[in-house]
Design a protein around this ligand. Sequence first.
Ligand SMILES: Nc1ncnc2c1ncn2[C@@H]1O[C@H](COP(=O)(O)OP(=O)(O)OP(=O)(O)O)[C@@H](O)[C@H]1O
Ligand SMILES: [Mg+2]
Length: 500
Amino acid sequence: MYSLPSMPSTTSVLSTYTAFAASAMLVRSVFNEVQAVINQLIPQKLQERISSSLGRLFGDDSSRLTLIVNEYNGFSINEMYEASEVYLSTRVTRSIGQLKVFKDPGNKGLSVTINKGQQIIDTFEGIELAWEFASTETQQTVVDVETWSQSSEKTEHKTILLSFHKNHNEKVLNTFLPYVLERSKAIKNENRVLKLQALGNYQGVSLSHPSTFDTLAMDPVLKKEIMDDLDRFVKRKDFYLRVGKPWKRGYLLYGPPGTGKSSLIAAMANYLKFDIYDLELASLRGNSNLRSLLTSTTNRSIIVIEDIDCSIELQDRQHGAYIQGESQQLTLSGLLNFVDGLWSSCGDERIIVFTTNYKDKLDPALLRPGRMDMHIHMSYCTPCGFKILASNYLNVKNHSLFSQIEELIMEVEVTPAEVAEELMKNEDVDTALTGIIGFLERKKGMKRKQSGVEEQKVGDENQEENDKKNESQEMEEKCEKRKVKRNKRKMARRAKGRKQ
Ligand SMILES: Nc1ncnc2c1ncn2[C@@H]1O[C@H](COP(=O)(O)OP(=O)(O)OP(=O)(O)O)[C@@H](O)[C@H]1O
Ligand SMILES: [Mg+2]
């Protein structure tokens, strides 16, 4: 038969408690005595160091203050966490037994950090500071709204703890933490790997797009204008604050496929050392999702919405715009609210870029003056653009064949992407340039032939209209292909999400 274990009598519990309380008092009085001796004999800085170590030893934490720095603040990334993480990667000391080492693709060096539960002892202007990483996990049930299948997902909540002597509370908050923020910015700029994030699946990949303003084939005046605009933007924090405008800038890039819109975005990111967030509207579900995704982006970033004409089915603004093939609503005004900077909680130093092949197809609400700060036309290749490409790909600044090529480039519509492709076909300069001439001649011949046939068929007047139609059809096909590609990517991501 099962019998209950005998309960301790009240008197034995009391005597145990009394003995425990007596020993606790003894420990405290020893602690106080040692503290008093320290106060009399030792200089103040050393006193603090010894007393906080003793405090830890005797389980007395009353002399120390711990700041808790969580990775997220609601949906937003806590910049103090990010900055601390970057800063700490440079503060790893020899006393640490275990280190986590990783290398970001494209990063110049290795990144090192400590494991959960370990401490980094740091000093700042004579103050001793102890950093520690901590994390907890929670389990969440996720429902796929398409299949209604449920899965369970683990979420990790990461925290950095910073503890120090209470006397330095003000100094740490007012001087040290701002110093960590500044320092991390500098460290990031030194070793920067620009991140390219696909918003919606949170998978960051490093941006290894080599495009810079130097390699970009475009009108030099326009190029300079864009660079000046970016310079002005990053320098004008105080101006934006003074006039009460959110520190944001919007660019609309438009032009035919292959004229360098995506390359220009990469050049902007490389120039400013900003991260890129590629926002796929097709993978979003409604305004609240858009809002939470956007608030999860960091400052100093470029948010890109490519092919805005393909991403949003343009409908009457009153009725909202619908994501193609999705039942949930993402309104155009939801998007425009963001562009207008209504979400000032979203952070600072943001650039928003929309791209489109058809400017005319866009909702006028997007084109309204003041909505996007700069409309940038990316055009077919010009003679000047060709020279930049030849210098990039063949390392030639001048050549006897240049004038013939430049003449042809003025006659036919050729994109920088097409020229680049031709230039890559051969490393030998003469062969590559002769190849380009052949390519342009063929294009010119085709154009002539096409217009000859068309002339016979429909006569001169309809020619222009037909050209437009063909072009428009080509673009629509491209849009369609993109949609299919996007859907495939979305499905793959979902499948991957399900597997995890
Ligand atoms: N203006 C340019 N200067 C230098 N290279 C260019 C330029 N335009 C295109 N290229 C070359 O062609 C490739 C494709 O160009 P890019 O993706 O930037 O075009 P896009 O305008 O974004 O096209 P799409 O409308 O199809 O998205 C680039 O990777 C680059 O190699
Ligand atoms: Mg593009």
